[in-house]
Structures are given as C-alpha cells and as structure tokens.
Design a protein around this ligand. Structure first.
Ligand code: ZN
Length: 145
C-alpha cells in the first residue's frame, strides 16, 4: 500500500501520540488481512506536537464508541474511490460496553462474569464514566478535546 493513496478504506487521523497502538489493539486490527498502517509520532499541524495515524486499506466496520472513548479528539476519514466520502468527528460515547472493567469487588459484574461491563457517561464536561450497576467511577477520566 502506498501510504498516502487509499482507494477504499479508513484513515484515523489526529490520534494523540502514543494512543495509536492502543487503538490498534482495542479495535483488534491485527485480525485484518488487508494492509494496515500505524504511523507514530507524525508532526501535527493542528496540535502542537505529534500525532499517530492509522490507515486501513479496506472499509471495515469500526466500533465508533470505542474509538470515541479512547480518543475523542481523533478524526476519521472514510475513503471511497480515492476520495474522502465522509469525515467523522468523534465524541465521548454515552455508554460503553465491555471496554473497561468495574473495580468494585462487590459489583455484580465482578461476581457474575456473564454480565456485560456497562459504563455510562455521567459527567460530560469532565468525561467521568460510572458503572451502570454500582455507580463506581471508572479509573480513567477522559479529557474532552
Ligand atoms: Zn460496578
């Protein structure tokens, strides 16, 4: 694949430097058989500093909620026939399922492993997620872009 020319695929741009690998793993891009490029520490014009970029040479289904949770400031370009078909702006999802675990040992999800791990965005400004069952705050607090 020539890095800059994708006929049909997805480009995830403006990923916080260092988060590209995390996204790669969470989106399970390893399973793909098409060319995938992870570019790290690319100079960013929009932000001071560096960014990561992921290019996927195929139109695959991506869980936008997971993407928005990991890095709400990244931008997504859907490429069709060599042109940008759609630009997606991400935001923190209202709800995330099976992405993070509740750390309350008495939470039902810690006891009943068959129950999905559901977290809800309870404070949008500060990006706080709480367990949907016991309301324990998630470990990671997300920053809005
Ligand atoms: Zn819980």
């Amino acid at each position: 694949m020539i890095i800059d020319s994708i006929e049909n695929g997805i480009v995830i741009d403006h990923i916080c430097a260092g988060k590209g690998m995390e996204l790669y793993n969470v989106l399970n891009l390893e399973r793909l058989t098409c060319p995938v490029a992870l570019l790290k520490n690319v100079s960013s014009l929009r932000r001071s500093g560096k960014k990561d970029i992921i290019k996927i040479d195929e139109l695959i289904n991506i869980d936008w909620d997971i993407l928005g949770y990991i890095d709400p400031s990244c931008t997504v370009n859907i490429i069709k026939n060599g042109k940008v078909f759609e630009k997606k702006l991400l935001e923190l999802p209202e709800k995330i399922i099976n992405v993070i675990k509740c750390n309350n040992p008495r939470c039902i999800t810690s006891v009943e492993l068959s129950i999905p791990q559901v977290f809800k965005l309870t404070e949008k400004e500060s990006g706080v997620y709480r367990c949907a069952y016991c309301e324990t705050k998630a470990n990671t607090t997300k920053k809005q872009p």
